[in-house]
Design a protein around this ligand. Sequence first.
Ligand SMILES: NC(=O)c1ccc[n+]([C@@H]2O[C@H](COP(=O)([O-])OP(=O)(O)OC[C@H]3O[C@@H](n4cnc5c(N)ncnc54)[C@H](OP(=O)(O)O)[C@@H]3O)[C@@H](O)[C@H]2O)c1
Length: 331
Amino acid sequence: MADAYFSFLTLFIILPLALLTFLYFILRPRPVRIPIKNRHVFITGGSSGIGLALAHRAASEGSRVSILARSPNKLEEARNAVKLATGVEVAVFEADVRDYDAVKRAVDEAGPIDVLVLNHGVFTALELEKMELSEVKFTMDVNVMGCFNMIKASLPAMKNRKDPLPASIAFVSSQAGQVGIYGYVAYSASKFALRGLAEALQHEVIADNIHVSLIFPPDTDTPGLVEENKRRPELTKIISASSSAMKAEEVAQKAFEGIKSGSFIIPCNLEGLALSIATAGLSPQRSFLMAFAEVVAAGIMRIVALCFQWTWYDSIEKWHSQRKGKLTRSS
Ligand SMILES: NC(=O)c1ccc[n+]([C@@H]2O[C@H](COP(=O)([O-])OP(=O)(O)OC[C@H]3O[C@@H](n4cnc5c(N)ncnc54)[C@H](OP(=O)(O)O)[C@@H]3O)[C@@H](O)[C@H]2O)c1
């Protein structure tokens, strides 16, 4: 009886407490709070969808907000919408993130940035076989090079800011940046690239009190998603149905909660949280409670991940055999 009691105590109390204490001391970077009130929040792709919801949120929390996108009409509409809803005048900048000189002019005019949200993005769900290489290049240029251009243009002033408060660079990735999905060959490649960029960049900017975040939204109701749905392959629809769609406002709320708490990985819903634990890898973690969850759940999450792969490959197999059946009947 005493042995059983001691085993129970060791397994459920002493070991977890020892692990929590160990994690508390080793976790780097250290926890941080990044205020956004009265600070300059610069959002790329802020004229539509998630970016517009981020602009609304930042304005309603008292930030000075700048947004950047290509279409002047959409920028004007966004400025009016935020003004109407929050009373805040948003600064708008017309530029293509692929054009470094245009981006640099916009950033210089906007003034030093405290929180840079790299939200711009293009997405087409299409099999590589049916995609032109020019479309692949376009996706990589906007989603990846666009981020490099923005960071290169903004970083010198961010590093030299007079404000002693911590600053942030946040990337809007996607759940397709955590797991490769049928039809997202180019998009997943571009969003996976952001992870490497973010992890390495955090090493380089930590000494300047700049903290990097990666936001992983699931399907989100936006004009961009409406467009994407027009070409989305059947199998992409079947596979991505395992994660439910969110509203842009909900994603914006989760994004700013994560940015303000300095989280490196920011999931947006429960499935996203599970996905983030399953794909934690060597990414930084500031919360010892989250680190504890990652360590304890690692084995189980691998089993869950393998079950997902099983259902996805099963769907792909069934879809192909149905298609072959139809072709044989019609010939
Ligand atoms: N919606 C989803 O289901 C979903 C899910 C996961 C992740 N995401 C990510 O979330 C981000 C926003 O997506 P969204 O659905 O809100 O898209 P959206 O409604 O299409 O908005 C995209 C924004 O990016 C701007 N943009 C596009 N290309 C640009 C360029 N070359 N230079 C400057 N700005 C550019 C657009 O304005 P202009 O066209 O006027 O330039 C617009 O403001 C993207 O990074 C996307 O990958 C979306």
